[in-house]
Write a protein that binds this ligand. Structure first.
Ligand SMILES: *Cc1c(COP(=O)(O)O)cnc(C)c1O
Length: 395
């Protein structure tokens, strides 16, 4: 066997975490079993008394899920990982595992809408209070700190404007006040950005997006130091049951093997598309961290190894013009999902961000003219031609 510590990132993506059964299977085995049997009563007693070692019941231990956890941990540079049923299950698990009544959370205003709902409608019921700040405004994060602040939460880059926060600065701020920094690394994946190396305490993922990468399965993960993950996070999943299915773990294991190649292709096409959009006369503004016109271009260049697969842009006009461009597409998928081989196109103001008030949307910078594209793996010329159908008519 090889020593995983000697392997490069591509080798880890293909090899890390794999265990073979006595059958000697080459590909990772899919263990579709809800429980595991013991040699005798004493072995059963020993397993139940133990921690994460040894299989008991697939709500909390399953070999296929374990292989996925160890492979993703190797890529994120994390000591430990717990897989969950979805990205939202990972976020709920993090909050339930780490917080208690009376605690205060500071959250970036631009996070995934369900995360905000979870904090406002559910964590609030259990006495956890949340303040919201602008992702890129360090002074606002500082000013929001209270004696009972336990957790700072953000996504970088943000959805849909691709704003970027300095993870190291915010980790230092959190630690100076005895709080944890939690980063949702869904948009970058460990291929583009490793928040734990920049000082974050916990990384959460929606594996549903780029880790699957082909739009098939829901899943998530929570990663960090063993002391945190194997205690509060694992124990919550074990008791509450927001667990990843072995089948989905098997799909995600295969997704991780090609993640780097796919991310490079997504990023290359997104970058070229952003440059092309910036030159188009019907486009008023493009939001992509790879463009020098992006306000955090320098930070993104420092913090990420590439700029991501999502591009947002404003057409000249308002809702009618944006909808016109969306309705003119023939190949692109009109859907809210992202991180797929298939390019997707969304109107954030009336879909993903439709529940916000007009004032909240204005504060978040999401106009009626904004369109978000998650760039897939089709030929770039075909993606451009599909967008040009509506854009050329506007110009
Ligand atoms: C999709 C998404 C989630 C939620 O993940 P699910 O797997 O859909 O539950 C969380 N954060 C971000 C940034 C996402 O894009």
């Amino acid at each position: 066997m090889f020593d995983e510590f000697d392997l490069g990132i591509d080798s880890l993506a293909v090899r890390a975490g794999q265990t073979r059964s006595a059958e000697g299977e080459h590909a990772e085995a899919l263990y579709l079993t809800s429980s595991f049997v013991f040699e005798n009563a004493a072995e059963a007693a020993a397993r139940f008394a133990g921690g994460r070692e040894g299989n008991i019941y697939s709500r909390f231990t399953n070999p296929t899920v374990r292989m996925f956890e160890q492979r993703l941990a190797a890529l994120e540079g994390a000591e430990s990982c717990v897989a969950t049923a979805s990205g939202m299950a990972a976020i709920l698990t993090t909050f339930m595992g780490l917080l208690k009544a009376g605690d205060h959370v500071i959250c970036s205003r631009g996070v995934f809408g369900n995360t905000t709902s979870l904090l406002n409608n559910f964590m609030a019921k259990f006495g956890v209070e949340t303040s919201y700040v602008a992702l890129t405004d360090l002074t606002a994060w500082q000013a929001a700190i209270r004696p009972n602040t336990r957790l700072l939460y953000l996504e970088t880059p943000s959805n849909p404007l691709m704003e970027t926060a300095d993870i190291r600065q915010l980790a230092d701020l959190a630690h100076a006040h005895g709080a944890w920094l939690v980063v949702d690394n869904c948009f970058c994946t460990p291929v583009l950005q490793r928040p734990l190396a920049l000082g974050a305490d916990v990384v959460v993922h929606s594996a549903t997006k780029y880790i699957d990468g082909q739009g098939r399965c829901l899943g998530g993960a929570v990663l960090g130091a063993t002391a945190l993950i194997d205690k509060d996070i694992f124990t919550f999943v074990r008791n509450a049951g927001p667990s990843m299915s072995p089948f989905n773990a098997w799909v995600f294991l295969k997704g991780l093997e090609t993640l780097r190649l796919r991310m490079q292709a997504h990023c290359a096409s997104a970058h070229a598309l952003a440059q092309w959009l910036e030159r188009h006369p019907a486009v008023a503004r493009v939001h992509y961290p790879g463009l020098p016109s992006h306000p955090q271009h320098a930070l993104a260049a420092r913090q990420q190894s590439a700029f991501g697969g999502v591009v947002s842009f404003e057409v000249r006009g308002a809702r009618a013009e944006a909808w016109g461009v969306i309705d003119a597409v023939r190949m692109l998928s009109i859907t809210g999902n992202l991180g797929d081989t298939k390019t997707t196109i969304t109107h954030p103001a009336t879909t993903t961000h439709g529940k916000l008030s007009a004032e909240q949307r204005a504060a978040a910078g999401i106009s009626e003219a904004l369109i978000r594209v998650s760039v897939g793996l089709e030929d770039l010329v075909d993606i451009q031609a599909d967008l040009a159908r509506g854009l050329d008519r506007l110009a």
